[in-house]
Design a protein around this ligand. Structure first.
Ligand code: ADP
Ligand code: ASP
Ligand code: MG
Length: 410
């Protein structure tokens, strides 16, 4: 018997009309002869009554008063409410089902509250319920420690619940249902003519997701990649098959074929501060001091550039003040530029291909967008630009690489 995991994101369960679509997709999988695990997120977005951000707002007015353990207890309720609501709809339709919390589904995490990592999954209970012919409605984004404490997996963590469980129960496929038709060449909220991609490799989407494309959580992709469970990212509101994410070696295994493309997409991360720390005369250990201090204070650094005249790196805007204070307390004289954006051109095909950087320089120079810093790997070229130029930079790069013309093969 085939097992299908279907994950429904916050917007997919936000209204009764959308929840009817969720029931439709579950019924369709059942009709195809699959056993179904439906993983759900909390309903809606900030402002909606039971959304994760709304639950956070309940306590944010009291300052930092909630401990991380209780924070997880609070947030786990959003997914449980959503799962129970879906259960009642399935009951109405005569579809036997059972709701499980992450802990009840055997998802064991470490005790890093608010951002816990899954250690193991014991899928016995889920398998037993499936064998009884029930749809398992699983509250996403949560697990429990070996001591039975409830934990949450970090923002966007329901994707991770879905693929981790998919791996544990050897699902045929994990469907990530969301509010777009699939993975696109850029965030459609920024680039109106972004093209949907019919198939991408795990590593292509990992690169996009790590560089800011929040359509799927990168950790979720990494987990699926370990055992080659295919993922489809698709829209709750349509029956379109969406984007197939699989490994290059099994490129024809389902409907899509992974083509040899140069650039997969353009993505962006906003609210980044560039920090430049000049080195004193003959000061060769500057990088050691700076990065040790950042690490001791739990500040994560990115876009690192070390040269004899000093070190340059970025931190998120919300950690910039703290970083500056630390550097000044060490008698250093940093200069900071906040509100920058890291724009990434991602494509497994760029390795060794001449002319990619030249096109990037052309696109940004034509629009008078300053490049504050750049770096590259065999799959990605990053540029740091002033925040006010972010949208323009993403759009011009998207156009320069012809990504608005990418054709679906379905
Ligand atoms: P969900 O609540 O279903 O998990 P998310 O908001 O986490 O949904 O992810 C879907 C959103 O991801 C889309 O609405 C879209 O704006 C955004 N997004 C960012 N980059 C991309 C991309 N390259 N392709 C598709 N969507 C993207
Ligand atoms: N509800 C959680 C969040 O908003 C988890 C998720 O939706 O994946 O981050
Ligand atoms: Mg999400």
């Amino acid at each position: 018997m085939k097992i299908r995991v279907q994950k429904f994101g916050g917007t997919s369960v936000a209204t009764s009309e959308r929840r009817e679509r969720v029931v439709h997709h579950i019924r369709q999988a059942l009709n195809e002869g699959c056993r179904v695990v439906a993983v759900v997120s909390a309903m809606g977005r900030k402002g909606d009554p039971y959304a994760t951000d709304t639950l956070l707002d309940l306590v944010s007015e009291n300052g930092e008063s909630l401990s991380s353990r209780e924070h997880d207890l609070l947030l786990s309720c959003g997914e449980i409410i959503s799962a129970s609501t879906l259960s009642s709809l399935l009951n109405r339709e005569g579809i036997p089902n059972v709701v499980l919390t992450g802990g009840q589904a055997g998802i064991i995490t470490n005790n890093r509250h608010t951002n816990a990592q899954i250690l193991t999954i014991n899928p016995t209970r889920v398998k037993n319920e499936l064998e009884k012919g029930k749809v398992v409605v699983l509250a996403g984004f949560q697990g429990k420690t070996t001591d039975g404490e409830i934990t949450t997996l970090g923002r966007g963590g329901s994707d991770t619940t879905a693929t981790a469980l998919g791996v544990a129960i050897e699902a045929d496929i994990v469907d990530i249902f969301t509010d777009v038709e699939g993975i696109m060449t850029a965030d459609p909220r920024i680039v109106e003519d972004a093209s949907p991609l019919d198939a991408v490799t795990y590593s292509e989407i990992c690169n996009l997701a790590f560089q800011g494309a929040k359509v799927i959580h990168p950790r979720a992709v990494e987990l699926a990649m370990q055992t080659n469970v295919p993922i489809r990212v698709r829209s709750t509101m349509s029956d379109h098959p969406g984007t197939l994410v699989s490994s290059t070696h099994e490129k024809n295994q389902l409907a899509g074929e992974v083509s040899d493309r140069l650039i997969t997409g353009i993505t962006q991360v906003a609210n980044v501060t560039q920090i430049k720390v000049p080195a004193g005369e003959g000061q060769y250990d500057l990088q050691l001091k700076v990065f040790k201090a950042m690490s001791e204070n739990d500040i994560s650094v990115d876009f690192i550039n070390i040269n004899p005249s000093g070190v340059i790196y970025t931190v998120f805007d919300h950690e910039a003040d703290q970083a500056e204070k630390i550097l000044r307390s060490m008698d250093l004289t940093p200069s900071l530029m906040s509100g920058c954006a890291k724009v990434s051109v991602v494509g497994a095909g760029i390795a060794g291909v001449p002319g990619v950087m030249s096109k990037i320089a052309e696109a940004l120079t034509e629009e008078d967008i300053p490049i504050l810093q750049s770096a590259d790997s065999h799959t990605t070229i990053w540029v740091l630009v002033p925040g006010e130029n972010m949208v323009q930079a993403v759009r011009s790069l998207h156009r320069k690489f012809g990504l608005h013309k990418v054709q679906m093969m379905y």
